[in-house]
Design a binder for this molecule. Structure first.
Ligand code: MRU
Length: 303
């Protein structure tokens, strides 16, 4: 969790493969590639949900398998990692620019988890859209959820919003409905860890509840993600693997127990939001709406 957020995890995977490759001392190309496959598997085993990780390490593996000799493979892996990093940076900057068009002057935007510079290659996905709207001179406010259990919203998003000089209020996750019913939320924007072919989206636990609430109150609900987060190999979002994390993250806050000893706790790190609750998906290649099945296919073609 030192490096987290789907785009940042993808970049970590790419550099992890390149750095791992540099350390391999092998007698032959075949031995080198076998050792690299082990590194690939180790990285693949770190976190199961974010699509960006698997896309990046598969791309790195393909580059390696196409290489002629060990020296050349090592060089091309470094170049490829730098390329993946640059592409992710460009994608989030672009999607932020496109998404900012959905934000009107005077909007209060609710966001969940952390999706800014600390989660991406630099600019951010959902938080990138918010930052871009501010840079365009729009007068906006943010409601940031604390994001239990690891508090990415409270710890990281508030820090980024403060740095960007954007007015914000921190709320607990369970306060979202209260503010929506009072008409104090103009839209919700979240990031994504994986978007299946049917538009169903995996994102930080609590996203699904926010989407249902937004739908009940007629509040637009946007997902902002680069196309590297889209996984057309899964036709349904319910096929996305959901990371189960330690119960201790729920029973303890920053190492301090808040429960009776031995309290059982569940800790799924992500949930799935069905596409009918998603007003639009903002990507670097355009903003898409239902029907997601054909539009996601179209937008990723040739990617
Ligand atoms: O468990 P995390 O902190 O890696 O989860 C992060 C999220 O769920 C983000 O919303 C998602 O990765 C999009 S980040 C731009």
């Amino acid at each position: 969790m030192r490096i987290r957020g789907a785009p940042a995890i993808g970049i970590l995977g790419a550099y992890g493969m390149a750095l791992g490759a540099l350390k391999i001392e092998a007698e032959s190309r075949d031995e080198f590639l076998a050792r690299l496959r082990e590194i690939n598997q180790t990285l693949a085993g770190t976190r199961p949900t974010a699509r960006n990780l698997f896309l990046a390490i598969d791309r790195m593996q393909q580059v390696a398998e196409a290489g002629k000799n060990i020296k050349q493979i090592k060089e091309s892996l470094i170049n490829q990692a730098i390329k993946i990093h640059a592409e992710e940076a460009e994608a989030t900057t672009k999607l932020a620019q496109l998404g900012a068009g959905l934000i009107e002057d005077g909007f209060t935007i609710l966001t969940h988890c952390n999706t800014g510079a600390l989660a991406t290659a630099g600019y951010g996905t959902a938080l990138g859209v918010i930052k871009q709207a501010k840079e365009q001179g729009k007068n906006i406010k943010v409601l940031a959820t604390e994001t239990r259990p690891l508090l990415q919203g409270a710890r990281l998003t508030t820090w980024e919003l403060k740095k960007a000089n954007i007015p914000f209020t921190l709320i607990t996750d369970s306060m979202a409905g209260y503010f929506m019913r009072r008409g104090e939320v103009d839209c919700v924007i979240v990031g994504a860890d994986r978007i299946a072919a049917n538009g169903y989206t995996a994102n930080k636990i609590g996203t699904y509840s926010l989407a249902v609430l937004a739908n009940a109150h007629g509040v637009p609900f946007y997902v902002a993600a680069p196309t590297t987060t889209i996984d057309l190999s899964l036709h349904s979002g319910y096929q996305i693997p959901i990371e189960e994390r330690s119960p201790e993250e729920v029973t303890h806050i920053q190492g301090v127990s808040i429960t009776a000893e031995g309290t059982p706790a569940a800790n799924p790190a992500f949930d799935i939001t069905p596409s009918q609750y998603i007003t639009a998906i903002i990507t670097e290649r355009g903003i898409i709406k239902e029907p997601y099945v054909e539009r996601l296919r179209k937008i990723t073609a040739g990617a």
